[in-house]
Design a protein around this ligand. Structure first.
Ligand code: AP5
Length: 215
């Protein structure tokens, strides 16, 4: 059996941060639909042009757009032995499409780990997030600040705030999460695949909880 894993949780729960820390030990790729879409927006590809407005408003990109993107990514050679999905699925339709796609290839989901973080922490985490323009390294102005404000420790690049990390958009992303993505927790719980862990604490503490949930 491969390592077909899903990391879930509200916006800003730490999915991307933890996924990046986990993939080398797991030996599977991180597949982040948010990262795929942001790269497409930056490159102004047809996918990026379609996705941009939805992302800027904090809404979900339509299922029919994102499902095909993920199915194609899962066919890549590096995902044959498993993957760590971060930010997908986000709707029941996406979860069903993922299940069907894996089933067609004799595969199935091994575990879904949900990071629990209250809304007030989400807002603080997202509002303080900064990203390096050059190398993509992520910081937080309070929790993980770079040594010099606004300058990346790794490459000296300038850090910036994501357009959709502005407060009004964060509130929208949270309400979309509660309405459209949270129902997936029951969906996976009913299938015996869900493990919920607290996403509060140091990166090491949260990482340990995730590893225990996967083991
Ligand atoms: P996406 O990029 O997936 O956004 P998200 O789910 O809102 O996730 P974030 O990247 O904001 O948060 P995260 O949980 O990864 O947290 P992070 O580790 O960065 O999606 C963006 C948009 O794309 C969506 O709104 C939608 O439009 C579209 N989209 C994407 N996927 C889609 C799909 N499947 N269907 C339709 N549309 C889709 O951490 C956040 C901050 O907290 C950082 O600053 C970090 O340093 C800090 N932090 C992390 N861990 C801790 C900790 N333990 N303690 C304190 N601070 C911490």
């Amino acid at each position: 059996m491969g390592k077909e894993l899903i990391l879930m949780g509200p916006p800003g729960a730490g999915k991307g941060t933890q996924a990046k820390r986990m993939v080398s030990a797991l030996g599977v790729p991180q597949i982040s639909t948010g990262d795929i879409l942001r790269a497409a927006v930056k490159a102004q590809t047809p996918l990026g042009v379609k996705a941009k407005g939805f992302m800027d408003r904090g809404e979900l990109v339509p299922d029919e757009v994102i499902i095909g993107v993920v199915e194609e990514r899962l066919r890549a050679e590096d995902a044959c032995g498993g993957f760590l999905l971060d930010g997908f699925p986000r709707t029941i339709a996406q979860a069903e499409a993922l299940g069907d796609c894996l089933k067609r290839n004799g595969r199935s989901i091994l575990r879904v780990v949900n990071l629990e973080v209250p809304d007030r922490d989400v807002v603080e985490r997202i509002a303080g997030r900064r990203i390096c323009k050059k190398c993509g390294a992520e910081y937080h102005v309070k929790f993980f600040p770079p040594k010099k404000a606004g300058v990346c420790d790794k490459c000296g690049g300038e850090t910036y705030q994501r357009d959709d990390d502005r407060e009004a958009v964060v509130q929208k992303r949270l309400s979309v999460y509660h309405a459209q993505t949270q129902p997936l927790l029951d969906y996976y719980k009913g299938r015996g695949l869900l493990r919920s862990v607290s996403g509060i604490g140091s990166l090491e503490e949260v990482g340990r909880r995730i590893n225990e949930a996967i083991a």
